[in-house]
Design a protein around this ligand. Structure first.
Ligand code: ADP
Ligand code: MG
Ligand code: ZN
Length: 496
């Protein structure tokens, strides 16, 4: 290991070109496993969702899951790939305790989908990420290391749960992404974010990184300008979008310091650590020949009917980027405002609120204002805030009808969030309604004038702006239920 000091990120990315490649695994949400009829439901008792096929017992024969093949083709189409006319599964041979067959049924040089791209927006620029292939394989089981820290080192024994073994897994591999320079980690993150959105929009996976249904390996290498690509390392264990960026960010200066010292980069897997934000070495990387790939003899080749593929393509939903651009235009938002809406994960909520009858301005105002603040305070996702888009639309309806003002509306929201029911019910139960009938307001205005003779004199003397203090006093006295505009009119009328 080099003892050289780490160059700064900026220095490293000035002197070296950065190349990044991403391998992403998506666990499909099919009802049954890839090659047998076992359930895929998450969280069952260990080893209750297994059979001779997914346990790899001798004599058992796999049958491919048509729904998984269809989902993979749809992902490929959404990523602008060509779909193979004919392709096969392949055996990838290696031993791992959580892989009962001692080989993984995967695809090798004949993937279902090949040669696509996905456009992502980074800092207002469009970057086209080249997709090398999308293939279908199966997941492994899960090892559980008992005693110690949960890692294999220092544990007293290890248990294996095969429930996950054989769940369909789609692997999406980018070609090396070049030319992003110091922005490479952000580009990588933007790509995985976009990919997650695309797969989610297809409804084929719940793509939850924290639950492992979307997993990402980040390959990174550096080279001197104009030189050949360097040797890559492959960072595993990257469990959040933020970590995709951090993993690349920490790997770049590390490799730069080794290259500066004239050392070679070893092709290896590395583990990312959420707590420290850096990586430590894993295993030195196998090459394809180590796996002794060969075509899977127990499964028929796949030859998707071109008409069926064309139908699947025609039936793809509107893709997220296209939808975002459409909504941004419809809602009349600047790039900056749209970015905040996306950041807050508020697009669907605002859209549903508009569908329930609110204007786009008011829908955005509530979700991005009051309700985002509540989500932050309570450490919730915006979608977890206990109010529905229909309720927000109803609230805005009460404002538009003059029944509530913004201040009262915020009290109504409090009630809805406290589980007191729909806005209308909360407003009635809490007696919240704008008082705009002049008779009731006249007394409050008279009281305010009597209590603030100096201010009243100023207004009489022509300083109409001073009336604000009297309006404030009336609003306070009526607990915010007065209509401010009517109050001001009354005051000016009385003092002129
Ligand atoms: P493996 O399964 O052995 O990791 P894959 O072909 O599945 O191989 O994935 C390799 C990934 O590494 C791809 O995303 C590819 O774009 C990327 N990659 C290849 N060469 C480099 C390089 N020199 N620097 C960075 N990434 C690279
Ligand atoms: Mg790979
Ligand atoms: Zn099974």
């Amino acid at each position: 290991m080099s003892t050289a000091t780490l160059p700064s990120y900026e220095d490293a990315t000035t002197r070296y070109e950065v190349v990044i490649g991403l391998e992403t695994h998506v666990e499909l949400g099919t009802r049954t496993k890839m090659f047998c009829g076992c359930s895929t439901v998450f969280g069952a008792e260990p080893n209750t969702q297994v059979c001779p096929v997914c346990l790899g017992l001798p004599g058992s024969l796999p049958v491919a899951n048509g729904a998984a093949i269809e989902a993979t083709i749809r992902i490929g189409l959404a990523l602008n790939c060509g779909i193979a006319k004919w392709c096969r599964f392949a055996r990838k041979n290696y031993f791992y305790p959580d892989m009962p067959k001692n080989f993984q049924t995967s695809q090798y040089d004949e993937p279902l989908c090949e040669d696509g791209y996905v456009d992502v927006d980074v800092d207002g620029e469009t970057v086209r990420i080249p997709i090398e292939r999308v293939h279908l394989e199966e997941d492994t089981g899960k090892s559980l290391h008992v005693g110690g820290t949960g890692r294999i080192q220092g544990s007293s024994e290890s248990l294996v749960d095969y429930n996950r073994a054989g769940i369909p897994l789609v692997e999406i591999v980018t070609r090396p992404i070049v030319g992003a320079g110091a922005m490479a980690p952000e580009v990588a993150r933007a790509y995985v974010t976009e990919l997650r959105e695309i797969v989610r929009s297809l409804g084929v996976s719940d793509v939850r990184m924290e639950q492992g249904s979307l997993r990402c390996d980040v390959n990174t290498s550096l080279n001197l300008p104009g030189a050949e690509w360097g040797t890559r390392t492959e960072t595993k264990n990257v469990n959040s979008l933020r970590s995709v960026e951090r993993a690349a960010r920490s790997e770049i200066p590390r490799q730069a310091s080794l290259l500066d010292a004239g050392e070679r980069i070893v092709q290896e897997t590395r583990h990312f650590h959420e707590d420290t934000g850096d990586t430590t070495p894993g295993r030195s990387k196998e090459t394809a020949t180590d796996y002794r790939y060969f075509p899977e003899p127990d499964l028929a080749p796949m030859a998707p009917d071109p008409q069926w593929v064309a139908d699947l393509k025609a039936a793809l939903p509107e893709l997220p980027r296209q939808r975002r651009k459409r909504l941004q235009a419809q809602w009349g938002l600047s790039d900056h405002d749209m970015a905040s809406v996306l950041n807050a994960d508020a697009v669907d909520l605002i859209e549903a609120t508009i569908a329930a009858g609110a204007s786009s301005e008011s829908a955005r105002k509530w979700w991005m204002g009051e309700l985002s603040r509540h989500a932050n305070d309570q450490d919730l996702d915006l979608a977890q805030v206990p109010i529905t888009p229909a309720q927000v639309a109803q609230l805005q309806g009460l404002i538009d009808a003059g029944t509530l003002n913004d201040k009262l509306a915020r009290q109504v929201i409090e009630g809805v969030l406290a589980g007191e029911g729909d806005p209308e019910k909360v407003a009635n139960a809490r007696g919240l309604a704008v008082v705009s009938d002049t008779g009731a307001l006249t007394k409050a205005v008279d009281d305010a004038i009597a209590a603030n003779p100096d201010v009243a004199d100023k207004v009489r003397g022509g300083k109409v702006a001073a009336a604000g203090a009297l309006v404030g006093a009336v609003m306070k006295a009526t607990k915010g239920q007065a209509d401010a505009k009517t109050v001001r009119e009354l005051i000016v009328q009385k003092l002129s």
